[in-house]
Design a protein around this ligand. Structure first.
Ligand code: GRG
Length: 298
């Protein structure tokens, strides 16, 4: 195991303990939806977004008792997006994180409700997080709703993913690929990093530097995901592979080919690490995470 994998695994253990107790089960039949929410959230995610947020916050001395509530809200929202993405009406997948998807484990109606429940709970949880000062909480709620929503956020990105088709015009197609990534995958990764800076009340220029880092790793993350779809091993990746080709998806890999895509991802990571030059060893985990994002096998 590389050092960053060990660090990430240790982080995940502590974070998962925190996250699990966010889902107390009620008594009545309505507990089914909470069970489905908990099933999907506690289903073995890598916790990259929480880790990014907590590491960025830690650069400014913010401890886990303050960053965990915000990170938990983000992971809830991320898990909602995965549940809905897996639904028959969207990506129609049976496997997620190596286990049956929410609608396979429960049923479609429960999975829709579990996604709705997690999206709502993310904001409920964040806005009630008394560990975070009220004005910072409000900023986080604003930034998270921007990142997740239909106006340039993740919902807009998912819409492009479902409905955009190649135009045949190089510039127009490159623009679609870039916007798709920036919104569908990039916005939540950017939020993770930016929220860490906001929690730490970082100066604006430092916050902007971290946002640049997040955009570069976001692009590389998406390319790595597309490469895994082509070349990964299904039992390790934990989801159905080769879907991008079969569904004629608009990806960087499909457009440029696998080797140029791999090179592009490596260049992006080099630039991301260069963005962190003003930080000392306290940003070493962020540097290592950038490389992990393209080296990962799942
Ligand atoms: C349904 C509004 C809506 C949006 C769905 C997240 C998403 C948008 C689609 C998932 C499909 C996909 C492959 C997206 C690109 C990369 C991505 C978000 C991968 C999953 O994130 P990881 O690898 O997952 O961090 P884990 O399971 O480790 O949390």
């Amino acid at each position: 195991m590389s050092e960053i994998t060990t660090v990430l695994t240790e982080f995940s253990k502590t974070f998962n303990t925190y996250l699990e107790q966010c889902f107390p089960l009620p008594q009545g039949a309505e507990k089914r939806v909470i069970e489905a929410m908990k099933y999907s959230v506690m289903n073995g995610g890598k916790r990259l977004r929480p880790f990014l947020m907590c590491e960025c916050a830690a650069l400014f001395g913010v401890k886990h008792d303050v960053s965990f509530p915000a990170a938990a809200a983000l992971e809830m929202l991320h898990s909602y997006s995965l549940i809905h993405d897996d639904l028959p009406a969207m990506d129609n997948d049976d496997l997620r994180r190596g286990k049956p998807t929410c609608h396979k484990q429960f049923d479609e109606a429960t999975a829709i409700l579990a996604g709705d429940g997690l999206l709502t709970y993310a904001f409920q949880f964040l806005s009630n997080a008394l560990e975070i000062r009220p004005e910072i909480r409000l900023t986080l709620v604003q930034l998270l709703s921007d990142a997740a929503g239909a106006f340039g956020g993740m919902v807009a990105g998912q819409t492009l993913d479902l409905y955009a088709t190649p135009t045949g015009n190089k510039a127009a197609d490159e623009d679609i690929i870039a916007r798709l990534e920036a919104m569908k995958t990039g916005r939540l990764l950017r939020y993770a990093v930016e929220a860490g800076a906001v929690l730490g009340q970082a100066p604006l220029d430092v916050r902007q530097t971290l946002v640049k880092y997040s955009r570069l790793i976001g692009q590389a993350f998406q390319i790595a995901d597309d490469i895994l779809d082509r070349e990964g091993e299904q039992h390790i990746v934990g989801k159905t592979l080769h879907k991008d080709d079969s569904q004629n998806k608009f990806t960087y890999v499909a457009y440029y080919g696998i080797e140029p895509a791999r090179q592009k991802a490596q260049d992006l990571i080099k630039s991301a690490i260069a963005e962190l030059q003003t930080f000392g060893p306290e940003a070493d985990n962020l540097r290592a995470l950038a490389q992990y994002i393209i080296d990962r096998k799942y």
